[in-house]
Write a new protein. Sequence first.
Length: 136
Amino acid sequence: MRNDLSERLMMRCPIIYRGAIPGPNRIVMHFGFECSSGWFEMVLLLSEAIERIAARLKNEGVEESRLPMVCQVKQKFGGLRYYMENGNEEIYALIQEAQAKSFHICEICGAYGERLIIGGFYTTRCNEHTRPDLGD
């Protein structure tokens, strides 16, 4: 994902991405968002929904070390993978829904897409982005 979009996600959701802030205390997401920018909107909506849950938990007095935190966001086998620490049933249901949607969203542009194999790898692309050299 483009750096400006990655930074936007971390700024909008500081509770759940607290371990991803660059610097000596960075403990998770060492490789950043390992997916293309076409999934930005989907990841943003998911992250904001989880951030609201995390903020509610924080307001209820849950200590920071027990708040939800994103460990990894990536593409695998053409679908979104979104890994968390300290998630709950509500959070995991949101993640499962987004992961299912990802198989129908082009990784490159965000339009409707289908899962296919390009260059030996599973990917989800629209009709316009089926060439292997197109990517972000």
